[in-house]
Each structure stands twice: as C-alpha cells, then as structure tokens.
Design a protein around this ligand. Structure first.
Ligand code: B12
Ligand code: SF4
Ligand code: SF4
Length: 400
C-alpha cells in the first residue's frame, strides 16, 4: 500500500492521538480536516485510512489519494497539446469536449462536478511468463501481457473498486456524512496515470507508463472519484534518470520524446484500436506483435531487476489457454465462431475477428517463414478486403 503521508515531519508522531497502521500514519480526531455533522466527528484522515484498508482487503497492490484541482496537476495541460498535435489518431473518445468546448479529460470536475479527491488503486497483472524480448519463435505471435487473462481486466478492477466504495459509504453513513462516489477503469474521461502519480503510486516513465519502484509497470489502474476532501499523497519522484532504453527499443519510433507517445505510430494502437488498413511503412516494425505491444515495458530496468515486478498469483490474470504466445497458423485457420469462443471475456475481442486476422497476416509476413505461404494465399481470398490486402502484402514480403 502507498502510505498516506504522515502529518508530522519525518513521521515523528508524538501524540497519544496517533494510531499507526502498517506504514501509514494517521492522527485520530485531528481537528484540522475533521468533518463535523450532527455533532459527531470523523477525521478525513480516518476516512482515508478506511479507504486504504478497504483497497488492501479488496486485493489491490497499491493505493493512494490524489488531488483533483487543476493547479495541483500541471501534466493535465500536456494532454491539450497532445490532442492538438493529432497524436490520438482515430481514438475520438479522447477528444470529447464539454459544452464550453473544453476537452473533458483536462478536469475531473468535467466528469463529476462534486468531485473533491480521487482514490487511485493499482493491481499487478504480471503473470509468470517470459517477456516478449526473451522469446523468438517465428511460428508464433505475441499477445500483450495485459490481455492474457480469461476475464476482462475492467471487470476484475471494477468489482474490487466497488468494495472500496462500499467500505467508504459504510463509514460515511455511520457518521451521517453525505458521500458521492464513482468508479472508473478506463471507462471515464479521466487521465488515470496523472492522478496515479499524484497519489504517490508511481512516476510516469519515458515510455509514458506508470512505474512503481518495487512493482514495476505491469499495473492496471482504477479510480474512485469522491465528494470528500481526503488527504492526498505526495507525487512520486521520477526514477528514469538518464535511461532511454524504452525510446531506443520502440520498433516504430512511437516515443517521440520522453513521456510523449504518438499513438498513431504505436503498435498497441495499430493492432488494437486502429480499424481498416495499417500504413504499409509501419507494418515491418510491428514484427510478431498481433495484439498490443510490451516492448517498451519489457526493456525497462524497473521490470527486470530481481525482486521487482513480482508475478501475480491472481487466478484472473493467469494466461488463458491459447493466449500466451499463440501459434499464428492456428489463429489464421480459426473461423469466426471459434474466434468468439476462444476470446470470450478477453480484451482481445476488441480487435474484432477481421482485425486479428489482419494482424496475424502482418506477423506471418514479418516472420519470413515460407511455411505460411498457403495460409496467406488462402487469406488473400478473404471476403474482408482489409484482411485480403494485408495477406497479399505479407505473401509478397516472404516471396517478393
Ligand atoms: C488511450 C490509451 C492508450 C493508447 C495511447 C497510450 C498513451 N500512452 O497515451 C494506446 C492504445 C496506444 C495504449 C496503449 C497501452 N496501454 Co493504454 N490507455 C489509454 C487510456 C484509455 C487513455 C490514456 C491517455 O489519455 N493518453 C493520452 C496521454 C497524453 O495521456 P497520458 O499517457 O496519461 O499522458 C500523460 C503523460 O504523458 C504526462 N506527460 C506529459 N508530458 C510529459 C513529459 C514527461 C517527461 C513525462 C515523464 C510525462 C509527461 O502528461 C500526460 C497527460 O497530459 C488509459 C486509461 C485512462 N483513462 O487514462 C489506458 C492506460 C494508460 N493504458 C494502459 C495499458 C496497460 C496500456 C498498454 C500497456 C497495453 C498494451 N500492452 O498494449 C499499452 C502501453 C503503451 C504505452 N507505452 O503507453 C494502462 C496503463 C497502466 C500503467 N502502468 O501505466 C491504462 C492506465 C489503463 C488502465 N486503467 O490500467 N493505451
Ligand atoms: S507499446 Fe510498443 S510501439 Fe508502443 S511505444 Fe511501447 S514499444 Fe513503442
Ligand atoms: S526504460 Fe528507462 S527511460 Fe524508459 S521508462 Fe524504464 S527507466 Fe524510464
């Protein structure tokens, strides 16, 4: 758990009013920050502690509390420039605006006018399998680590966030406090990584991912907007230093500057979000990735140091059969009904049947493996013109 910062310098609590819980430090019934209603008092620190404990009981690996005022979150501004530069590509949902024309994501208040603080929780999804950089089988394609589980991660996180909401609501009700909450996992107009940084969960790496010094970056994030003003964490300090491994390793040069990603060039975007044809000049860089991409995280020292980025034992993130490094031929020969069954409940279904076949065709072409020629000839006759065109490109790549 990310501790809520101590109210005293150097954690030097002296008063009998102080209770300790793990590494978190709270001052019970402290007058500053106390919320009074019907002559009963509960400190905002106690409510924060309730939320942190509930997050721990719900199974989250890390949790913290972030401010929501724009002044406290200077990174929000970078989002405006990012959208203006066209880096969101076809992900139009990132560009939705309020009635006044402001990008909805630049302020949490645009999602919920009552919000006064945000609880951010993180769950480790690192299944105990090799990294994409450490395997090399030309007959297989890489499905991104985050998509191996049988259960969609949104559901895995949301059910846990609801437990935290319930605990907070019980605590509020016991003190006759009015409380509004709302949980999101990707599902709201919230820049989750910015709030995670300010909650103290980790820093935003040069690969744009949220990294925790001990847990690495294989973390899903979920947020709970609350109407309570809870004590906030200390923003995590940057630990990238002079390292540039992620930028150097990105095969499509999508990391155009430290912490800045042009999504239109990113393999995760191209193989998951992009519909239709993938620009020819980017296809070779996609390599063997057929759904998402882990390269800029695989190379990150914070995911490679011994003792860091520990494997998860959660059943929902253990690789479902056929999702860890699957055989390209098996995927190419899958009919639509088998595809539906194989990827039921999995994030992979976001690519859609034709999208996955398109990606498989590219990976086959990039493998240079002549064995795939018959599969590609068959896919080149596909009723979907995008699949057919990519298969033809791939066939010519193997036999020009
Ligand atoms: C759109 C989206 C994508 C897009 C765009 C990714 C991107 N980097 O922007 C695509 C499809 C490419 C994508 C890919 C992936 N995604 Co995604 N994605 C999202 C989503 C829905 C929105 C992100 C967003 O708004 N991007 C716009 C950019 C501008 O915002 P941002 O990344 O938060 O950027 C901030 C920083 O860049 C910072 N900043 C600005 N300038 C600078 C300068 C420096 C030096 C630094 C350090 C930082 C910095 O300020 C920005 C805000 O203004 C979030 C969920 C959410 N609601 O937040 C998940 C989310 C970010 N994705 C997630 C995951 C797991 C992935 C993948 C790993 C999946 C995969 N393997 O394929 C990859 C990782 C690729 C990568 N290197 O980012 C997780 C990230 C968890 C983590 N530990 O960071 C999230 C939070 C989902 C979740 N709820 O868990 N994703
Ligand atoms: S996910 Fe892959 S393509 Fe996207 S920035 Fe990272 S290494 Fe580059
Ligand atoms: S690879 Fe290096 S620069 Fe990139 S995110 Fe990791 S530590 Fe930072």
């Amino acid at each position: 758990m990310v501790p809520i910062p101590c109210c005293r310098p150097n954690n030097s609590c002296r008063s009998n009013n102080i209770r300790r819980l793990g590494s978190a430090c709270i001052e019970a019934n402290a007058v500053p920050g106390a919320i009074q209603h019907n002559k009963r008092m509960v400190s905002s620190e106690e409510l924060a502690q309730t939320a942190m404990q509930a997050a721990h009981h719900a199974g989250f690996d890390l949790a913290g509390i972030a401010p929501v005022e724009r002044e406290a979150l200077p990174e929000l501004h970078a989002f405006i420039e990012w959208v203006d530069a066209g880096h969101a590509g076809e992900m139009k949902y990132l560009e939705t605006r309020t009635e006044t024309g402001e990008l909805r994501r630049v302020a949490a208040k645009n999602a919920a006018p009552w919000v006064r603080s945000m609880i951010v929780c993180a769950l480790n999804y690192n299944a105990d399998k090799p990294y994409s950089m450490d395997v090399n089988d030309p007959e297989r394609g890489w499905v991104s680590r985050y998509a191996w589980g049988a259960k969609d991660y949104h559901d895995a996180l949301l059910s846990r966030l609801r437990q935290v909401e319930a605990a907070l609501k019980d605590a509020a009700a016991a003190n006759d406090l009015a409380l509004e909450t709302r949980s999101y996992v990707d599902t709201g107009p919230i820049l989750e990584r910015v709030y995670a940084r300010h909650a103290g969960i980790g820093w935003m790496g040069k690969n744009t991912c949220l990294i925790n010094q001990k847990m690495g970056s294989w973390l899903f994030l979920g947020v709970i907007l609350t109407s309570l003003e809870l004590p906030v964490g200390t923003p995590a300090a940057d630990h990238c230093g002079s390292c540039t491994r992620c930028i150097d390793a990105c095969p499509t040069d999508a990391l155009i500057a430290p912490g800045k990603l042009d999504a239109r060039l990113c393999i995760a975007y191209l193989t998951i979000e992009k519909r239709g044809s993938i620009p020819v000049e980017l296809r070779s860089g996609i390599g063997q990735q057929i759904f998402g991409c882990d390269i800029c995280q695989d190379v990150c020292p914070w995911n490679r140091k011994s003792g860091n980025a520990p494997p998860t034992s959660l059943p929902e993130f253990q690789p479902k059969e056929g999702l860890y490094y699957p055989e390209l031929r098996a995927l190419a020969q899958m009919d639509e009904e088998s595809y539906r069954q194989a990827f039921r409940g999995s994030p992979v279904k976001r690519a859609k049947y034709a999208g996955l076949r398109r990606n498989v065709a590219i990976a086959m072409g990039n493998s240079g493996n002549q064995k795939f020629i018959p599969d590609l000839e068959s896919m080149a006759r596909d009723s979907d013109p995008v699949v057919a065109e990519h298969a033809e490109w791939a066939r010519k790549k193997i036999v020009p």
